[in-house]
Design a protein around this ligand. Structure first.
Ligand code: PEP
Ligand code: MN
Length: 269
């Protein structure tokens, strides 16, 4: 038996498709998930949500709890941010993903969000993985920035072994000797993981490259290599963003990216 038997294709050769409010993630589909890195205000969230929905995104992203390198940086709006996301879900008819940082917040975040996200810094927080597993809600599991593919799949197994098979893997770049990008996007991980695992795997071109200019090329690579989707930071005014403004796309840049990605998907089909 493998250390990640449940998420491997051994006993489950067909792709897992996770359906959330009518949106299918996995299989032959390609889903764009987009929105601001952090929820800052109603206006900022609603402007972003309306724009990404119009451009073809099917899932809204936006965090109420942020893992910041400095304790003095903006930490998120907390429950107020979740309430705004829940409102935006109804107005724009989009399920939303939000990060959960702490096992003590799992019930709170799960009471609002459609998909829970475990971020790169928490990929190996096994207590948190078990807690999100117990909710039964779909979980987006980002690859730890120092994790091998096997370690990442082992983390997914923690969630699955709690009886929750609804895991979406996110390749978001790993730390290497290279400093010209924020992290090195391990694009090869997409076909590597798809060969081993039946879970959907998507790419985050924002947190990997860390720079606005790199987001579209990395997103195109994700579509071309067979990812099941992308997770993209979009902000109506990136210069004023409280978190990750350098990598946020303007709404019109996101719309252009979506047109390219759609063309690539159509060509492959
Ligand atoms: C994010 O998606 O906002 C995030 C914090 O990403 P990561 O965990 O990959 O750094
Ligand atoms: Mn971010």
């Amino acid at each position: 038996m493998r250390p990640f038997q449940l998420v491997s294709r051994d006993d489950h050769p067909e792709d897992t498709i996770i359906t959330i409010r009518g949106v299918d993630i996995g299989g032959d589909g390609f889903v764009a998930m987009a929105g601001p890195c952090a929820v800052e205000s109603r206006d900022q969230l609603f402007t972003s949500a309306e724009a990404v929905r119009k451009a073809g995104a099917r899932v809204l992203r936006g965090d109420a709890f942020k893992p910041r390198t400095s304790p003095y940086s903006f930490q998120g709006l907390g429950e107020e941010g979740l309430q705004l996301l829940a409102e935006a879900r109804e107005v724009f008819d989009m399920p939303f993903i939000a990060e959960v940082l702490d096992p003590r917040h799992v019930d709170l975040v799960a009471s609002y969000a459609d998909i829970l996200r475990v971020g790169t810094r928490n990929m190996s927080n096994y207590t948190l993985l078990q807690e999100v597993g117990r909710t039964g809600k779909p979980v987006q599991l980002k690859r730890g920035f120092t994790a091998t593919v096997d370690e990442w799949l082992g983390a997914a197994e923690y969630i699955a072994s709690e009886g929750n098979p609804n895991v979406i893997l996110v390749e978001r770049g790993i730390r290497t000797f290279e400093t010209s990008t924020r992290n090195t996007l391990d694009i090869a991980a997409v076909p590597v993981v798809r060969e081993i695992s039946h879970l959907p795997v998507i790419v985050d071109p924002s947190h990997s490259g860390g720079r606005r200019e790199l987001v579209a090329p990395l997103a195109r690579a994700a579509a071309a290599i067979g990812a099941h989707g992308i997770l993209v930071d979009v902000h109506p005014n990136p210069d004023e963003a409280k978190v990750d403004g350098a990598q946020a796309l303007l709404p019109e840049e996101f719309a252009a990216l979506m047109a390219d990605v759609d063309a690539i998907i159509a060509a492959l089909r």
